[in-house]
Design a protein around this ligand. Structure first.
Ligand SMILES: [Zn+2]
Length: 251
C-alpha cells in the first residue's frame, strides 16, 4: 500500500506504550483521522519531528478506508503555533475549537471546516490578549457553521417574520434560532437584543474585532447550542474557558 499525503492539523495526542503515540488529525483530504505514530517518543524517537498539538503540517500516512486507526509515516510541520501552549486562555480557546471538531467531524473531507479550523487557530495564535476570548467564540461559531448547524438570527423560527433592527427577542434552543418579541413572550430562552444579535452575526462571520460584550452570556449560548445540536453533550473545554473569564456584573 502506498502512503498518501494531506495537509493536516494535529488536534490531540495520547501516549501509547513506551515510544509511540496515537494522534488525532483533522485533514484536508480525509476529514478526521487517527493514526498510530510509532517510535516518536523518547530519546530514540524519529529525529526532530515536531508533533505539537494545534500544529499544521503535511501528514503522510497509510490510509485504509473503514479503519479507525491508520499508520503514520511522517508529519512535516508547516506551522507549530507554539504560542497556543504558552497562554492558558489561548490554549482553552484552541481546545474548545478542537473538541468541537472531534465531537462531530467524520471521515468525509470538509474544506470549509478545515479552513475554519485553521483560521481560528491562526487568530488565537496571533491576536492580542484582549481579543482571545472573542476569537475563541468566533472560531467555535465558524466551526459550528461549517458543520452545518448555523443558528437562525434574522427571522423568527416560529412565525417566520423578520426581526426588526431594534427588536428584543428570545433565543429558542430547540428551534435553533430567534423568536420575535411576540412569539418569545411565553418562551424561556435567553433574551437576545439587537446588539447581541449583531455580535452573534459577527462571530459567525469569524470577526473578533471589536471584542464582544458579555462574554459569559455568549459562551453560555454557544455551549447550550452545541450541546443541543452538535455534540449532544456539554464540551469540557467550554467549561474550562468559562472558568477563565472574569465575573460579569448582571445588568
Ligand atoms: Zn414570531
Amino acid at each position: 500500500m502506498a502512503p498518501v499525503g494531506t495537509r493536516a492539523v494535529l488536534l490531540r495526542a495520547h501516549a501509547y506504550g513506551e515510544t509511540s503515540r496515537i494522534l488525532r488529525f483533522y485533514t484536508e483530504s480525509f476529514g478526521l483521522v487517527s493514526v498510530m505514530a510509532r517510535g516518536v517518543r523518547g530519546r530514540s524517537g524519529k529525529g526532530g519531528m515536531t508533533l505539537a498539538t494545534f500544529a499544521t503540517g503535511e501528514l503522510t500516512a497509510y490510509i485504509q478506508r473503514n479503519r479507525d486507526l491508520q499508520t503514520m509515516k511522517d508529519f512535516a510541520c508547516i506551522r507549530a503555533r507554539s504560542r497556543l501552549g504558552s497562554g492558558v486562555t489561548r490554549f482553552a480557546g484552541a481546545s474548545a475549537v478542537a473538541e468541537l471538531v472531534v465531537a462531530h467531524a467524520d471521515q468525509e473531507p470538509n474544506l470549509q471546516l478545515f479552513g475554519a479550523l485553521e483560521r481560528a487557530l491562526d487568530e488565537l495564535e496571533d491576536l492580542p490578549d484582549d481579543r482571545v476570548v472573542t476569537a475563541s467564540l468566533a472560531g467555535a461559531w465558524t466551526v459550528v457553521e461549517a458543520l452545518g448547524f448555523a443558528p437562525e438570527l434574522d427571522g423568527c423560527t416560529r412565525c417566520g417574520r423578520p426581526l426588526a433592527d431594534d427588536e428584543v427577542g428570545r433565543f429558542d434552543l430547540a428551534a435553533g434560532g430567534m423568536l420575535c418579541a411576540a412569539c418569545g413572550r411565553d418562551a424561556t430562552g435567553p433574551r437576545v437584543g439587537p446588539i447581541a444579535r449583531a455580535q452573534l452575526r459577527g462571530l459567525l462571520a469569524g470577526r473578533s474585532d471589536p471584542p464582544v460584550t458579555h462574554e459569559r452570556r455568549h459562551l453560555a449560548l454557544l455551549s447550550d447550542f452545541v450541546t443541543f445540536h452538535v455534540a449532544q453533550r456539554p464540551l469540557k473545554s467550554f467549561r474550562f474557558l468559562g472558568d477563565l473569564m472574569p465575573d460579569e456584573v448582571e445588568g
